[in-house]
Ligand binder design. Structure first.
Ligand SMILES: [Zn+2]
Length: 282
């Protein structure tokens, strides 16, 4: 009987599938936070649900440069061997042509070492996963202003295609207070070559929020912050066309659409539980 029920369970949920665009993240709800979730032999941390402690979820960030294909995630939990299909689709991101100070496109020799050091420092931060969760509510926008550039635009700087826009820009023509998107710990607060005045907050579990082009800091490395805390003033520092706030998220070392990510997390708080199958019926 037990075997029959397990087989029935696998059969019933064989079509368990999610769709996600490149550059965005998807939340996989799970019936509990036990077991092991793997994608291509890479282990994905299963996290306890913030509202229903007996449930679990996993965040799967998809890199911007991922091509459309199917990923097979496998959740092994006791007798259950659950296949979860993740269908990666191609987002229709716009193209932006931007003119900035030429030194911020082709940096002079003397700053190359500084740029490399700052890149390595950031990568070290983003690849560090703090097991503790600091947040217990949805993330909020760090500024009450309109969006001037969305995440994902392919960007041509001074006529050269350099990269894509890794965050969302908010209008801030005069210096405005920048608020922490959620509770966390400040892990970087300094002036950088490209991002100018920069604050990075560790929210735990591999989630980092980033605030660029700031003119003043109200926090320093090591400070615990609470959601809505005034951490800085916006500005026009680094590689910019004018004053604004650039706001981004790094999830498990992968840059992800901040608006989409915040919506995904918020759904955990507001949507009735609909999760992957478990063996609870056995
Ligand atoms: Zn930006």
């Amino acid at each position: 009987m037990m075997k029959f029920l397990i087989l029935l369970n696998l059969f019933l949920f064989s079509g368990f599938s999610f769709q996600v665009d490149n550059g965005k993240s998807v939340i996989i709800p799970l019936d509990n936070s036990n077991g092991v979730l793997t994608i291509n032999n890479r282990t994905i941390t299963i996290l306890p649900h913030p509202v229903y402690p007996d449930k679990g979820f996993a965040i799967i960030p998809i890199d911007y440069y991922e091509k459309p294909h199917h990923l097979n995630a496998i959740w092994d939990e006791q007798e259950i061997h659950q296949n979860i299909d993740i269908n990666i689709t191609c987002a229709a991101y716009p193209t932006e042509v931007i003119t900035v100070d030429s030194a911020k496109v082709c940096p002079p020799q003397e700053v190359l070492e500084r740029i490399a050091t700052e890149k390595a420092e950031a990568e070290h931060i983003y690849n560090t996963i703090t097991p503790e969760r600091y947040w217990n509510k949805p993330f909020m926008r760090p500024i009450d202003s309109i969006t001037t550039s969305q995440y994902g635009s392919a960007r041509t700087y001074n006529g050269v295609l350099k990269s894509y826009h890794g965050g969302v820009d908010f209008r801030a023509l005069t210096p405005l207070p920048i608020l922490a998107s959620n509770d966390g710990v400040v892990v970087l607060a300094k002036e950088r070559y490209y991002s100018g005045g920069t604050v990075i907050i560790d929210h735990g579990e591999g989630i980092y929020s980033c605030y660029f082009h700031l003119s003043e800091f109200n926090v320093k490395v090591g400070d615990p912050v609470v959601q809505g805390q005034n951490i800085a003033l916006s500005g026009a520092t680094g590689r910019i066309t004018g004053p604004h706030l650039h706001f981004g998220f790094m999830i498990q070392g992968i840059q992800s659409d901040p608006i989409e990510f915040m919506a995904q997390i918020e759904s955990l708080f507001h949507v009735a539980i609909s999760s992957a199958p478990s063996n609870q019926s056995h």
